[in-house]
Design a protein around this ligand. Structure first.
Ligand SMILES: C[C@@H](O)[C@H](NC(=O)OP(=O)(O)OC[C@H]1O[C@@H](n2cnc3c(N)ncnc32)[C@H](O)[C@@H]1O)C(=O)O
Ligand SMILES: [Fe+2]
Length: 547
């Protein structure tokens, strides 16, 4: 079978022919390079108009035999560019009298790594221009496990280089300069599975304006931004219990990012795969490869329904070409000792939690994060208990060793004992700590522990105390919060909303029927806390991210 792919979402006009029998991909690309500054949408569209017909013609030249289908990138991307690609694809499919396949560009960035690696169901990190997110396939969709709260990672780097006066693409220039730079620290922002670049980028611009050598700024940026992506990828592996990671997207061409991910995976015994650069940056090869899988699954488009979609999200795609056996999230074991943040050793009554050095991180950044998180966790565990939220009692804090010793709480992770009452208890706990002026930072269903039964004495005081409720068999039970290492003090409603969002995200990621549980969480939060927080969460969700 032979499938044509056409790509032109932003800067790269590209056509490819994928020959499935030989697993051979012929790619022909023509990049738009602005004279100065970033991508100008009108110029980019102009480039597509000229370059797309030419790359299609060249790619088809040495196709050895008939074409079976034409696949094109429907979105996300720049509207005027997408329209030109869409028209070209329709015309070609009609001319060849073959079916049309509409491909999501983001999913293509993920699938190419899976295709080339042979991994069955990896966790996927996409580090591209307009995006940065970690996804896993679950129950017919790609689920977003974590993502940027503001710009894509490539765009973030490009904004900095524009400030310095370098033209698009800035990423390769950052990589080049970083090789000669010394690490300088920048804000490091990971919130649960999500992360943000805006604070880092303004700090980088300020540092440059204040005379920090640009090489050092570039190095600091790489260490910080890629350290965050690697940390989130590791969290996703831990949360899902998977041991395979693939990388996609143009920023994946960066050797330091690939090196960090490889080191992280090696440290935890996971497999790592990054496709070769021609498949990482925008290219029609990945469109053709996914197009062939979709075509084989009968997932084709009527011309009348083939409109482009500039905001096409990867989790909107109904995945037709994978089967349920490949689910990432169900049945993940995520063993205790492989926790992403720390090594946890437990006996009957005590837990010792140690934040070991992460080999992938720059030493100075690693030392800072371990120190900040150890002391922060110790403080917030006590603060939370003070406002009535059950947490483990600490017996020892060893900052140089980044070790906490504490009481062991609960019989089981909430993840393995989900019900509405327990979910509601966590939501009430979150409302209580937010009211006290701090967030948990990572309130997932694995960071809540359920005690199924409590003693008679404890029960006596239970009704009045926060966090205890009757379980189905009538006994009081208690839901503890643990792992406050990413918590911090804040009075910003948006931070509280993000905490709730992380919690809801982890419910969606682990429950087979999540919506009633999510509804229970929100109802309980509205009741116990500030309803504005829930309203803000809706706003956060509605903000588009492909900008
Ligand atoms: C929607 C679509 O058009 C968009 N594609 C895109 O932005 O092109 P992509 O090829 O995936 O990524 C380009 C980005 O990748 C960065 N980049 C390229 N080489 C790099 C390098 N060596 N180090 C860091 N960044 C690099 C560029 O600066 C640019 O921001 C996307 O996938 O988000
Ligand atoms: Fe891309």
């Amino acid at each position: 079978m032979r499938v044509v792919g056409i790509e032109g979402t932003a800067w790269c006009a590209s056509a490819a022919v994928f020959d499935t029998e030989r697993d051979r991909v012929r790619i022909e690309s023509d990049a738009y390079e602005p004279e100065s500054g970033g991508i100008h949408p009108r110029e980019a569209a102009e480039h597509m108009r000229e370059a797309i017909p030419a790359v299609i013609e060249t790619a088809l030249e040495d196709a050895e035999g008939p074409i079976d289908a034409v696949a094109f990138a429907r979105g996300p991307g720049i509207g005027p560019c997408l329209r030109i690609v869409g028209s070209a694809a329709r015309a070609l499919a009609q001319g060849l009298d073959v079916p049309l396949v509409g491909v999501n560009h983001m999913v293509a960035h993920l699938e190419i790594g899976r295709h080339r690696s042979g991994f069955e169901s990896p966790v996927c990190l996409n580090a591209s221009g307009a995006n940065a997110h970690v996804l896993g396939y679950h129950n017919g969709r790609y689920r977003v496990l974590g993502e940027t709260m503001d710009t894509g990672v490539g765009n973030a780097l490009d904004k900095f280089t524009r400030h310095v006066g370098w033209s698009h693409p800035g990423g390769p220039k950052v990589e080049d300069h970083a090789k000669r730079g010394e690490y300088v620290p920048f804000p490091y922002v990971v919130k649960g599975m999500d992360f943000s670049f805006s604070g880092i980028m303004s700090a980088a611009k300020d540092a440059y304006d204040d005379g920090t050598p640009v090489e050092d700024v570039c190095r600091g940026l790489e260490e910080t931004v890629f350290g965050m992506l690697t940390e989130v990828a590791e969290r996703a592996l831990s949360l899902t219990g998977r041991d395979e990671l693939v990388l996609g997207g143009g920023v994946g061409q960066n050797a330091r990012l690939r090196g960090m991910l490889a080191a992280m995976c090696e440290q935890r015994g996971a497999g790592f795969y990054a496709p070769e650069p021609r498949f990482l940056r925008d290219n029609a090869g990945m469109i053709a490869v996914l197009g062939a899988k979709m075509y084989r699954a009968g997932d084709t488009l009527d011309v009348a329904e083939s409109a482009i979609d500039p905001d096409y999200r990867p989790d909107e795609v109904a995945v037709t070409w994978r089967d349920d056996a490949e689910d990432v999230l169900l049945g993940g074991s995520g063993g205790d000792l492989r926790g992403a943040e720390a090594i946890v050793e437990a006996d009957e009554t005590r837990v010792t939690k140690t934040r070991r050095p992460k080999g992938y991180r720059h030493d100075a950044l690693d030392a800072r994060l371990r120190r900040e998180r150890t002391t922060g966790e110790a403080r917030l565990l006590s603060e939370a208990r003070r406002v009535g939220v059950p947490t483990p009692v600490l017996s020892d804090v060893d900052v140089p060793e980044s070790t906490l010793r504490m009481e062991r709480v609960g019989d089981t992770d909430l993840r393995d004992a989900l019900n509405e009452a327990r979910i509601a208890a966590v939501a009430e706990h979150l409302a209580a700590i937010h009211d006290a002026g701090f967030v948990h930072g990572d309130p997932t269903t694995r960071n809540a522990r359920v005690t199924r039964s409590v003693t008679r004495d404890e029960r006596a005081g239970a009704e009045a105390t926060h966090g205890q409720r009757a379980s189905r068999d009538g006994r009081a039970e208690r839901v503890h919060l643990i792992d406050f290492g990413l918590g911090y003090y804040t009075d910003d409603v948006e931070d509280y909303a993000m905490d709730l969002r992380v919690f809801e995200g982890s419910i969606r990621g682990t429950a087979s029927d999540p919506e009633p549980l999510v509804a229970a969480a929100e109802a309980a939060y509205r009741e116990a806390g500030d309803p504005d927080v829930v309203a803000r969460l809706r706003e956060v969700e509605e903000r588009g991210r492909y900008r």
